[in-house]
Design a binder for this molecule. Structure first.
Ligand SMILES: Cc1cc2nc3c(=O)[nH]c(=O)nc-3n(C[C@H](O)[C@H](O)[C@H](O)COP(=O)(O)OP(=O)(O)OC[C@H]3O[C@@H](n4cnc5c(N)ncnc54)[C@H](O)[C@@H]3O)c2cc1C
Length: 445
């Protein structure tokens, strides 16, 4: 039996380990933290008396690799998908609504966009031109904002519609996003009909999901070592690797998967290139603000705020986790993606500003008393999807014949996401199994 060491217990490492174990490898997974899940984790908040996530994670129906992987682990109950997209959006004192009709391709949004009150009638008409352009690949070196302006979109339409979507999907505003990746994300999630555009939410806190994935992996014979940091990985021959742990001990295997973020790879391997190149991707932050009210505030389970500084998505946390409504008041999770402009602001100022934004949209939140807030910063949330990023992301995960890389940042064609992480793990395993680079997920031809 060939032996593989997987470094990193995020979703990429977990998916690589599972795929390798199911293709005949004996697998050891090493994770430096005491828990699995990587950048999708939870913690107990004693004041809120709840388990909170480091950031609300949302899936799309298009996330087929995550869905089928969880199904194969016996964990399909972890996610609940909305029957179809239905997202209220509040801006400038008005509510708009983005919703799907059961019509093919991008047409599923036609009715919603034709009546989208946050854009002028002229701006709504102009959406058609951009929609046609989205069908074709766009240049990676160009910003998505430039692409949108070239396709007849006004700055106001970018602010009130495009930025809302692209910030949520790419964690990057249109002016700092790669046009190639942004248009690809629209093609994957929004232009293939109503099914791929549905939103999906975890029924359990992220930490619990990762824990259960770990149990399923152990059930498949994978050895998981938590609290085990890897110091170096050395490719000894094309078919053997040496893995040096922080505690000085060594492991030997036939191959290794480095499922760690791009800026950690350089420290693990001897050669600077291409790790230095990958590291140049950089990071984009996300901040989540939890707001606990003394009574139910009767907010939609999920809605977006597109006024104020940038956009925000608001989630009724108890509702999503299936807790009885208003058990102890309402807990809203407000997610601000592409949060660079908020860095350095005092947490209290941020919480007040976010609570004011929510109160403008939800009258009951004005009347309710905010009894507790918590700001959760993730400075290294996702790679920075700026122009040029797609040329940096490696499509071929092979770093050496016996060492491959995995992670949401690799060239999966997906934005940084759980879907990208799972696909990258599958691609890394496929590579060690001698398959050519490409799509090895459930969508593979
Ligand atoms: C706030 C926030 C909100 C998000 N929202 C969404 C969302 O709505 N939808 C979505 O799909 N995605 C979302 N994401 C992105 C998603 O969480 C990531 O894309 C995904 O978790 C990345 O997984 P990964 O395995 O590639 O990397 P990671 O999760 O970073 O895993 C890498 C692992 O390697 C470990 N490691 C590093 N160095 C070593 C070492 N030397 N030895 C051993 N172990 C090591 C780390 O501890 C870590 O566990 C969000 C992320 C954040 C932070």
């Amino acid at each position: 039996m060939r032996r593989a060491v997987v470094v990193g217990g995020g979703w990429a490492g977990l998916s690589a380990a599972w795929t390798l174990a199911h293709t005949g490898w004996a697998v050891v997974l090493l994770e430096r933290r005491p828990v699995l899940g990587g950048r999708a984790f939870s913690f107990w908040d004693p004041r809120a008396e709840r388990v909170l996530d480091n950031g609300q994670h949302v899936l799309l129906g298009a996330c087929t690799a995550v869905r089928s992987w969880l199904r194969s682990l016996g964990l399909d109950a972890a996610i609940r998908f909305e029957p179809r997209l239905d997202l209220p959006v509040f801006a400038d004192g008005f509510w708009g609504r983005l919703y799907s009709r059961p019509w093919p391709g991008g047409l599923h949004l036609l009715a919603a966009l034709a009546g989208y009150r946050l854009l002028t009638p002229r701006e709504r008409l102009a959406l058609g031109r951009a929609a046609r352009g989205l069908a074709r690949p766009a240049p990676d070196a160009m910003s998505f904002r430039t692409w949108l302006l070239d396709h007849g979109q006004s700055p106001h339409a970018i602010d009130r519609f495009w930025d809302l979507v692209v910030t949520a999907v790419l964690n990057c505003r249109a002016d700092e996003a790669s046009a190639a990746l942004a248009t690809q994300a629209f093609r994957l999630g929004l232009l293939r009909g109503a099914e791929p555009a549905r939103l999906g939410f975890f029924r359990w806190p992220l930490g619990q999901v990762a824990h259960r994935i770990g149990k399923a992996l152990e059930g498949a014979g994978i050895r998981i070592r938590l609290g085990t940091a890897v110091k170096a990985v050395r490719a000894v021959t094309p078919a053997s690797v040496q893995v040096l742990l922080d505690d000085g001990t060594e492991l030997h295997a036939d191959a290794a998967v480095l499922a760690v973020p791009p800026d950690r790879i350089g420290a693990l391997v001897e050669t600077a290139e291409p790790a230095k190149h990958w590291q140049s991707l950089g990071w984009s932050p996300i901040v989540n603000v939890y707001l606990l009210y003394d009574r139910p505030v009767d907010a939609p389970p999920v809605f977006a705020l597109a006024d104020g500084e940038g956009s925000a998505f608001v989630f009724d946390r108890d509702h999503l986790l299936g807790a009885p409504p208003g058990r102890d008041g309402s807990l809203l999770a407000v997610s601000l993606s592409a949060a660079r402009s908020w860095l350095g602001r005092p947490a209290a100022q941020l919480a007040v500003s976010v609570a004011e934004g929510v109160a403008r949209a939800i009258p009951a939140a004005q009347a309710a008393r905010l009894v507790y807030w918590r700001v959760v910063w993730q400075r290294r949330a996702t790679f920075w999807a700026r122009p040029g990023c797609e040329t940096i992301r490696p499509v071929d995960p092979r770093w050496h014949p016996s060492v491959v890389v995995a992670g949401d940042w690799t060239g999966t064609g997906w934005p940084a996401s759980l879907e990208s992480a799972v696909r990258s793990g599958q691609a890394a395993a496929a590579c060690l199994n001698g398959l050519p680079p490409g799509d090895h997920g459930p969508n593979a031809a």
